[in-house]
Design a protein around this ligand. Structure first.
Ligand code: ADE
Ligand code: ZN
Length: 346
């Protein structure tokens, strides 16, 4: 690990912006900005629940995860065609590239959209085409992780997995999202075993709102390689030891945690404590359109609130590549670029 020179608080935001990074926890439907949502609504003849962009944005105040999921679901109603999914993903990738995200592993789900009468192909082909184009247009790598919706049944998750099989080559892995409390990971143990047998990478949201037991069962029942959120882990010293020893990454989303009231203020966020405990924590935006910021705003606001410095910045960017599913050669190239930025930054 590079020993990093100290950087003044005034220069730190520039370093955070410039450093190459991977984003590993971002739901593409949560990147749909109100402006694009209204444009797609108009294009598809879908009437909107709010009269204009400003009133929609001002409704983005949440008490908890479920509160957010309800409004988030309404936003997905404007998505009707393959081009809509392409446009949404292209907008995110352009925004991420501007933040020096060089690699993105993007969450999406099909169950929301098939529930609205769309086909699985429309969703995956549109998103995949945007990921392919991002390589030439933005010089970045991007791939797709299908999240099962945990408030739905095991049977529905199995049906979803069967539907995506013809498009298997366009998927990197599977995850688990939506309402956490009351839907523990073990509900999906058999679906994840099937996905694993298909060679798909495995991740799951766990310990966002729910207790550490959900993180244990994501690890032991689902056998995931990464935990999404996982911030409740600090309540369980044995779990912290396991995460550190096995180098299980946590994809932490500070502004999401703030907006969904997982922590009352950013100054009380436990990102610094996770790093101190030697956990492979990363910083991500979750649903940037709804939570007030893309990845760099997550970095800058959290660093200011927690008094983190250049060494933490390096550690988090390095962790993002270590935690990604890219091959070792590409990892090495991205980490070389990261080292170059830190060695030359003045
Ligand atoms: N889907 C989109 N954002 C989510 C989050 N923060 N937790 C669970 N499911 C989600
Ligand atoms: Zn999430």
């Amino acid at each position: 690990m590079l020993k990093v020179k100290p950087v003044s608080p005034e220069r730190l935001p520039d370093l955070l912006r410039l450093m190459p990074k991977a984003e590993l926890h971002m739901h593409i439907e949560g990147s749909l900005e109100p402006e694009l949502m209204f444009a797609l609504g108009l294009r598809n003849g879908v009437s909107m629940a709010y009269p204009d962009v400003e009133s929609l944005r001002s409704a983005y105040v949440f008490d908890n995860l479920q509160d957010f999921l309800d409004i988030y679901h309404t936003g997905t109603l404007v998505l009707r065609t393959e081009q809509d999914f392409y446009d949404m993903a292209h907008a995110y990738l352009a925004r991420a590239a501007a933040d020096n995200v060089v690699h993105a592993e993007i969450f999406f789900d099909t169950q929301t959209h098939t529930g609205h009468g769309l086909s699985t192909e429309v969703v995956i082909n549109g998103l995949h085409r945007a990921c392919v184009d991002a390589r030439a247009e933005f010089g970045m790598s991007a791939s797709l992780i299908l999240c099962f919706l945990r408030h739905l049944s095991e049977k529905e998750a199995f049906e979803c997995l069967e539907q995506v099989l013809p498009l298997r080559d366009k998927l990197l892995g599977v995850g688990l999202a939506s309402s956490e409390l009351g839907h523990p990971p073990e509900k999906f143990a058999r679906v994840f075993a099937r996905a694993r047998a298909l060679g798909l990478r495995l991740v799951a949201h766990a310990g966002e709102e729910a207790p550490p037991a959900y993180i244990w069962s994501a690890l032991d029942a689902l056998k995931v390689a990464r935990i999404d959120h996982g911030v409740q882990a600090t309540r369980d010293p044995a779990l912290m030891a396991r995460l550190a020893k096995d180098r299980i990454p946590l994809t932490v989303c500070p502004l999401s945690n703030l907006k969904l009231r997982v922590f009352p203020t950013l100054a009380e966020h436990n990102l610094g404590r996770l790093l101190e405990a030697g956990i492979v924590a990363t910083v991500n935006s979750d649903d940037p359109s709804y939570f007030g910021g893309y990845i760099n705003q997550n970095f800058t606001q959290t660093f200011a609130a927690l008094n983190l410095g250049a060494q933490h910045a390096y550690q988090l960017a390095h962790n993002s590549f270590e935690a990604s599913f890219i091959d070792d050669e590409l990892k090495r190239q991205y980490i070389d670029r990261l080292n170059g930025v830190f060695e030359t930054f003045q």
